[in-house]
Design a binder for this molecule. Structure first.
Ligand code: AMP
Length: 115
């Protein structure tokens, strides 16, 4: 399990965030330091540290995160143009907040492979 992170505080509404979606298991909010015109973080409320900590028990919530990302992309107007959905696991990938999150990035072009 993840230790208390800034995202736990956002889930607990102890610190503010620009929340775009919430249900019992999933929260989505705008990234505070956006890397693209659209940059939303989709997180399971369960404090998993990263994708490597997820187990079969978490399959449903992970699927829900993906579906929420797809819906938000539509609502935010980037479904047609395209978007990137990514999770960073560990320091080599650039993870800085150790509560599993998926980045939904859109509104510009992205290079592949990533730098
Ligand atoms: P990562 O580097 O994959 O761990 O991504 C963590 C993301 O969390 C970064 O893009 C940060 O800009 C974002 N972030 C950090 N603190 C906050 C916050 N209080 N509210 C919204 N996004 C945040």
């Amino acid at each position: 399990m993840a230790d208390m992170t800034i995202f736990s505080k956002i889930i607990a509404k102890e610190i503010p965030a620009d929340i775009l979606y919430e249900d019992e298991e999933v929260l989505a909010f705008k990234d505070i330091n956006p890397k693209a015109p659209i940059h939303v973080l989709i997180i399971p409320k369960k404090p998993l540290k990263d994708i490597g900590e997820a187990t079969a028990e978490d399959a449903a919530v992970l699927g829900r995160c993906m579906l929420v990302a797809g819906k938000l992309a539509k609502n935010l107007g980037v479904a047609e143009s395209g978007y990137r959905l990514v999770t960073n696991k560990g320091e080599a990938a650039g993870q800085t907040v150790f509560h599993l999150h998926f980045h939904l990035l859109g509104g510009r072009d992205f290079s592949w492979p990533p730098g």
